[in-house]
Design a protein around this ligand. Sequence first.
Ligand code: GAL
Length: 444
Amino acid sequence: MKKLSWILFSLLAIVAIALTACGPKAEEPAQPAATEAPAQPAATEAPAQPAAGGKQVEVFSWWTGGGEAAGLEAMIKVFKAKYPDIEFINAAVAGGAGTNARAVLASRLQAGDPPDSWQGHAGQELIGTYVAGNQIQPLNDLYESEGWLEVMPETLIPLISDNGNIYSVPVNIHRANVLWYNPKILADNNIAVPTTIDEWLAAMETLKGAGVQPLALGEQWTKMHLLETVLLGTLGPDAYNGLWTGTTDWGSPEVKVALDNYAKILTYANSDSASLSWQDAAQLVVNGDAAFNVMGDWAEGYFRELGKTPETDYGWAPVPGSVGVFQFLSDSFVLAVGAPDPEAAVAWLKIAGSKEGQEAFNPVKGSICARTDCDKALFGVYLQSAMDDWASNIVVGSLTHGVVANDSWKSEIDTALGLFIQNGDVDAFQSALVAACKASGPCK
Ligand code: GAL
C-alpha cells in the first residue's frame, strides 16, 4: 500500500461494502425478501481478521439463505474436516442471482481487495468479465494434479477456458427452464401439465377464471429468467442459440411472437412481484397460493428446506415449448489474482472440485454435480430426473446466469426489460433488444 491513491481507493471500497452490507441502497426498489438472510457474512462464521500467522480463505458468493446457504455449509463442512488449520471466511452477500453480491465484488476488485475465491458463472460472465479484466488465475496445473479433465463434462471446459487456460472450478449444473407447479391446484381444475406455450396460456386463463393465482413471479432478475425461458420455448433451441451468436435477428417476426407471448404470460403474474424474492415467489406454489412458477432448480433445494414433498407439494416440467431442452448454468469458483492466501484458496478449490465436496453440496443445493462420477443414489427424485435430462437433452445456455451474454449486453437487456415492465410496449422493447445486440452483442 505505497500509494496514497490506493489507500483512498481502499477506503472508498470499504465504505461501499459497508453500505451494501447494511442493506439495500435507497435507489434499489426490490427489498431483500424476508426469507433471505441479511447482507452480511453469516453469523456463525469467524471474524474477518486472521489470527496472527494463521491461514485463512475468504470465499465470496451469494448463497445466504433459502436452500442456498445450506448447500454451501455442507461443502464448508467437508472443507473444515480436510483442512482444520485453515479458517474459512464466508463472505456471502444476500440477493438472488448475485444482484447485490456482484456489485460488492466489483467494487472490491476495483479497489484491489479481492476475496481469495468467488462464485462466477461458467460462460460469458467468467470469460468476458473476470478473465478479460485479468482478475483470475489459470488453474491448468490444478486440473492436471486433480485429474479433473477426466471427470468434468467436455462441454463445460470451453466455457471456462480462454487461450488454452482453464479459469474456474465448476461445482454444479443448474437447470434454468423449469416450470414448477402445484399438482393439487392443477388436478382440482382439471388441467394437464402444459407442454406448449399455447397450452400454458389456456391453463392460466382457466385458473384465472377459477379465482386461482396462475403465475408466481418475483423481482426483476426473475423476470429476465422468465424471459429467457419464453424466448427458448417460443423460438426453439437453434433460433434461441442464434440470438447469442448473431444468426437470429432480434428484430425478426419470430422474436416478436416470443415477446408477445412473454407479454401475455406476464398478465397472469401476481401484482406484487417487484417486492418478492425468488424464494417468496416459489413458496406461493408449494403453499397452494399460485399454480405455476418458472425458476431454476435451486428452488428444489428451497422446497426441501421447507420440508415439502416432491410430486405431492410440487411438480416440475420443462418450461412449455422447451421439452427436450436443458437450459443450463454452472456455478464455479475462481482463484483471484492477488489472492491474500493463494494456498488456502487452492485448498478450497480442491474441495469444490472434489467428488466428496460436490456430493455434499449438490443434493442440498438443488443442482447436479458438475463432475460426471457422483453417486446418483444420493439425489432425490427431481435431481435424478435432471441428471437424465442433462445427459440426453439438447443443452443451451442461460442469459440471466451468465452463460450466453457478456455483462454489458446483459445489463442493456436488463435496462430494456425494466422499461418494458413499466410501459408494456412490445415494439419498443424489441427495438431496444435489437439495439442492445448491436451495441454489445454480435450484431455489430
Ligand atoms: C444463480 C446461481 C444459483 C442460485 C441462483 C439464485 O445465479 O447460479 O446457484 O444461487 O442464482 O440465487
